[in-house]
Every structure is written in C-alpha cells, then in structure tokens.
Design a protein around this ligand. Structure first.
Ligand SMILES: Cc1cc2nc3c(=O)[nH]c(=O)nc-3n(C[C@H](O)[C@H](O)[C@H](O)COP(=O)(O)OP(=O)(O)OC[C@H]3O[C@@H](n4cnc5c(N)ncnc54)[C@H](O)[C@@H]3O)c2cc1C
Length: 369
C-alpha cells in the first residue's frame, strides 16, 4: 500500500511536459485536447484521419442519453459530457448537438424504470408518456406493444464525425501507425485505439470487434423534429431526419467479427430487411420508404460493456483507453477529463475499467451480443 502510494506521488510529480495520444477517435481526440488544455505539449498520432469512416467515431450521428439503468457513473459522465459538448459547440461555432430529446420505448423490461430512478435521483429531467401521448413525438408511431415511453427531453443527437474533428482541431497531428514495439517517445502515451486496441495489446485487452449496419430512410420533412429513440429490448435505435441524412434505423443485432481495416463497408441485405421490418412496425408511415443511405461500422465490445481506462502494468507512463462497446461516443469529453485526471495522478481509474477478463453482461447498451 505504501509502495503504491509513493509510486503514484512520484509519477504525478514527473508527468508534465510532453504527451502523445495514439488514435484520433472521440476518446483520443478529446483526451489530446484535454491534456493540451492542462498544459501538456500534445501530439495526436492517427493512422487514417480524425473521424475516418473506419473508426468507431466516424459515423454521421450518435445518440446522447443519460439513461444507463442503475449505472450512476455513466449517467454522471453523460451529463458532464453534454456540458462539454455544448461548450465545444459554442467555442467552435459548429453545430455538433441536436437537442431533439431521446425517447425510450418501454416494451416490458425494467431498463427504463431503473434509468428513471437514477435520473430522478440525480435531478435529470424525464417525462413518462403513455403510448397515446408518445404519438405526438413522431409523425407516425406503432405502439401496440408499448407499455409506455420514457422521454429524456434534454438528450439528443451528436454529429459524430464533425464533433470528433472539432475535438482534434488545434492539436498537433502526426499521420502514422504507432505500435508498442516501436512506440512514440513522450512523458505520457495514451493508447486510445478503439477497435485496434486489443490487437496492439492482446494479453491485456479483451474485446470483440463486430460489425453493425445502420440504414437511413427517405421520409417527409416532418421527421426533422422527431426525437432520437431506443428500443432497448428490441434491440433497435435511431434518429429522425437530421441534417438531410434521412430517418436512421439501426438493428442492434449481433454482428460478425470483423477486421476494421479490411471489412467491406457495404450493408448486408438481411440487415436491411430487419431495418425495413422494424420501420413498418414501429413507424408505419415509413413502410415502403426508400433506403437513401447506409453505413457499416464496428463495435469494440468488452464482455460487460464497461470501458477500458487503465495504466499499462509494465509501463507506468502508458495508459490504455477504449472499449467504447457501442455506447462510448457521447462520453468523449467527460472521459477525457477522467483520463487526464488519471494521467496527472489526481484520480484513480475505476476498478470496472480495469484490464483483464470481465464477467459477461451488456446492460449498458441496447444490443445483447
Ligand atoms: C454503428 C454504431 C453506432 C453507435 N451508436 C452510438 C450512440 O448512439 N451513442 C454513443 O454514445 N456511442 C455510439 N457508438 C459507439 C461509439 O461510436 C464508440 O464507442 C466511439 O466512437 C469509440 O471511440 P474511440 O475513440 O474509442 O475509437 P475510434 O473512433 O475507433 O478511434 C480509434 C482511432 O485510433 C486509430 N488507431 C488505431 N490504432 C492506431 C495505431 N496503432 N496508430 C495510429 N492510429 C491508430 C484509428 O484509426 C481510429 O481513428 C456507436 C458505434 C457504432 C459503430
């Protein structure tokens, strides 16, 4: 215990100066920005470009919600992140967040009930709507299976790629692929490598990299005001028609394991069929609507859907951050504060973000693989 304490103090005294963050996805770009804000001389190393479509952060839209069941750490993190996203929006003058709210379709599980309890305790606004009331939120809503709808009115949708690029803007960027065998030299290195993290540190990080197909449907103009939505038990999620992309419907069904560098990013017909079936059932006005776009992305799933934030066991100056598990985007800037605190030695990483094996459990997100 004493040895541990003195190591932390020595280390904290030593870190200042030069930091390298490997990976310019949302976790890496936000961490680089935060370390720079704290006075580090920061270089961001990226093999492609910030917000590249092969990265997890390279999608068009990502839901921002505070509901995480009983997982208060994540609820608080999402709330803090929204403050930081709005501050970034103001600072850059770019539209990064659409404050359209997020509606949770309650079809019988207890996720929305547990979330509502946590949100209420933390003073985060919610509204519990009957299916009839919820019809007012969408131009069309099929609700025979709905018990109720939990609305987070202050939640919404982030423009993911644009937001990632805004975070990276202003930080020195080096193009290239860093590896632990040929690492960058700095006082601190943060490896924020998304779906590539386990490949770089196979004995330390356990994650499954699986594909997800997301579809956009052509709809009438009144879908621009619809909230984002989650069918936790479905499992499906999506958005209204934001930024002219079309109405997004994402089947969150188990996907094949993929190599993020090599996977062909063309959607699978069976996933399109699932999205169409869901559209026809949940939003009947969209039955027969044309597909106007699609994206193929990958999740970097830990077994329990908790993130990874940990110091490398043999390199006290290296930190690993990742395991977004299909729900990391919204947390980006708040996670960056947490990682920077860990780097500076003012906060200890949470035990549930540790390296090594995890007990299975995916309660923090919609999908169940
Ligand atoms: C379809 C889909 C929908 C999602 N929906 C949501 C949602 O609604 N809400 C939400 O909050 N989250 C959502 N997520 C999850 C979220 O997008 C991810 O958790 C998050 O973007 C991961 O960010 P990251 O920075 O950890 O990884 P990434 O964005 O993948 O970034 C890692 C970066 O590191 C680079 N890199 C890797 N290895 C190296 C190396 N050796 N050298 C140099 N560079 C390297 C990569 O090129 C990449 O740019 C979704 C994800 C997907 C795929």
């Amino acid at each position: 215990m004493l040895a541990e304490r003195s190591r932390t103090v020595d280390y904290a005294a030593r870190v200042s100066g030069c930091a390298v963050v490997v990976g310019a996805g949302v976790f890496g770009a936000a961490t680089a920005r935060e370390l720079a804000r704290r006075g580090f001389e920061v270089t961001l190393v990226e093999q492609y470009s910030p917000g590249d479509v092969r990265s997890g952060s390279g999608g068009d839209t990502r839901l921002h919600r505070c509901s995480h069941g009983d997982a208060e750490w994540y609820t608080q993190s999402a709330r803090r992140a929204l403050e930081l996203w709005l501050a970034l929006e103001e600072e850059t003058g770019e539209r990064l967040f659409e404050p359209v709210g997020v509606a949770w379709f309650d079809t019988g599980g207890d996720f929305t009930i547990r979330s509502e309890t946590t949100l209420t305790r933390l003073g985060i606004r919610t509204e519990r709507l009957t299916p009839a009331e919820a019809r007012g939120l969408f131009p069309s809503l099929g609700g025979d299976d709905l018990r109720s709808v939990l609305l987070e009115p202050d939640a919404g949708v982030l423009h993911a790629r644009r937001a990632t690029q805004a975070l990276a803007h202003g930080v020195r960027l080096d193009r290239g692929r860093a590896t632990p065998a040929d690492p960058p030299h700095a006082d601190v290195v943060v490896w924020a490598c998304g779906a590539w993290l386990a490949g770089l540190f196979p004995t330390l990080v356990r994650q499954k990299v699986t594909r997800r197909d997301v579809f956009f449907f052509g709809a009438d103009g009144d879908w621009t005001r619809a909230p984002g939505w989650c069918d936790y038990d479905g499992a499906y999620y999506g958005t209204g028609d934001l930024g002219g992309l079309g109405v997004e419907i994402a089947p969150d069904v188990p996907g094949d394991e993929v190599d993020p560098d090599r996977v062909q990013r063309l959607p699978k017909p069976e996933n399109e069929r699932l999205a169409r079936q869901y559209a026809a059932r949940r939003f009947p006005a969209l039955a027969g609507a044309p597909v106007v776009g699609a994206r193929v992305c990958q999740y970097d799933l830990t077994a329990d859907a908790h993130f990874v934030v940990a110091r490398h066991p043999e390199r006290a100056d290296w930190w690993l951050a990742g395991g977004g598990s299909g729900h990391g985007f919204k947390h980006g800037p708040a996670l960056a504060e947490y990682v920077a605190d860990c780097v500076e030695g003012t906060r200890e990483p949470e035990p549930f973000h540790a390296l090594g094996p995890r007990a299975p459990g995916a309660g923090l997100r919609t999908a169940h693989d």
